[in-house]
Design a protein around this ligand. Sequence first.
Ligand SMILES: Nc1nc2c(ncn2[C@@H]2O[C@H](COP(=O)(O)OP(=O)(O)O)[C@@H](O)[C@H]2O)c(=O)[nH]1
Ligand SMILES: [Mg+2]
Length: 327
Amino acid sequence: MPTPSELVDGIRAGDRRALSRAITLVESTRADHRIEAAAVLDALLPATGGAVRIGISGPPGVGKSTFIEALGVHLVDAGHRVAVLAVDPSSSRTGGSILGDKTRMEQLSRRREAYIRPSPGGGHLGGVARRTREAMLLCEAFGFDVVIVETIGVGQSEIAVADMVDLFLLLVSPGGGDELQGIKRGIMELADLVVVNKADGDLAPAAGRTRADYANALQLLRPKWRSWSARALSCSALEQRGVDEVWAAVDAFRVAVDGAGELASHRARQSLAWMWSEIHDELLGAFRADPRVAAQLAALEAEVRAGEVSPTAAARRLLDTFERHDR
Ligand SMILES: Nc1nc2c(ncn2[C@@H]2O[C@H](COP(=O)(O)OP(=O)(O)O)[C@@H](O)[C@H]2O)c(=O)[nH]1
Ligand SMILES: [Mg+2]
C-alpha cells in the first residue's frame, strides 16, 4: 500500500489507481488505516467541494442503473467528469452490490471521464455511509465535477444519502395512485426531483399521469428549501429521452440554491452532522470494546430483559464503569 502522501500526490496528478487505492483505504476499518485515511482526506480537503452531489434512489427495477448510465453518458458528452458511487447496506446479504451488475453501465464504464465504484461490502449503514462520503471527497479532489450516489429504496439508506448530497432525486415507475402510496411520505419529503422513468411505449400515458400525481403530491409537502420547490419530471432512460431535461432541472436547482446561499449552509450543516456521527460511532465503538464494560454487559442486559434492573440504572452503571476506566 502506498503512503498517504503518495496517495495524495497520485490523486492530485490524476492517477486513477491512486484514487482507487485511496478509496480502498477509506473503506478499511483497521485502526491504522483509519488514521492514514484521515491524513489523506485532510490533505485533500482544500481540493474538495467542487462537484454537484446528486443522490439517486428508487425501488429495485425502476431503472436506476439504466438512468445513471444515460445521464452519465450525456454528461460526459457535454464535457463533465462523472463519478458514480453506491450506498448499499444490503450488499453483504445479497452477495453483490447494486452497481455490481456493471453490464448495466457498460457504456459509461468504458468512458475515461467516468468512474464507477460499487458499494463496499456491506456492514452497518452508518459505516457504509461514512465510507461513501469519504469516497465522494476523494472523487472531488480527483477532479470529478459530478458525483452521483446511488442507493436502493430500502430502509434508512435514503436518509443517509440525502444527508451527504446537494440534490436528492427519486426515481419512480409509471403506475398511478397505488405506486404513489407505496413511496413513503418521509422519502418523498427528501426529494428535490421526482423522475418518472419508463415514459416510453405503452407506459407513456401512465407516466404522464404519474408525473402529474407526483407534482400535486409534492406541492402538499413541507418545502425543504426556501429557494427551490421540488419538481416532478418524466423520462425514458432506455430510449434516452428526457434525460437532458432532468439535467437542466439539476442545473436550475444549483443556480437557485447556490444563488440564495442555501447550498453553502446546507453543506455546512451536513459537515457538522457528519462530525457528530463520527464522534457517536467512535464513542460507541470504544464503549463496546471496553473490557470492563464487556464483562458486565451480558448480565446487565439479562437483568434489564427480566425487569430486575431499570434500563436507566443499567445504562448508568455501564457508563460509570466506562468513564472510570477512561480516566
Ligand atoms: N421501458 C423501459 N424500460 C426501462 C427503462 N429504464 C430501465 N428499464 C428496464 O428496467 C429494468 C431494470 O432496470 P435497471 O436499470 O437495472 O433498474 P435498477 O434496479 O433500478 O437499477 C431493465 O430491464 C431495464 O432495461 C426505461 O426508461 N423504459
Ligand atoms: Mg441497478
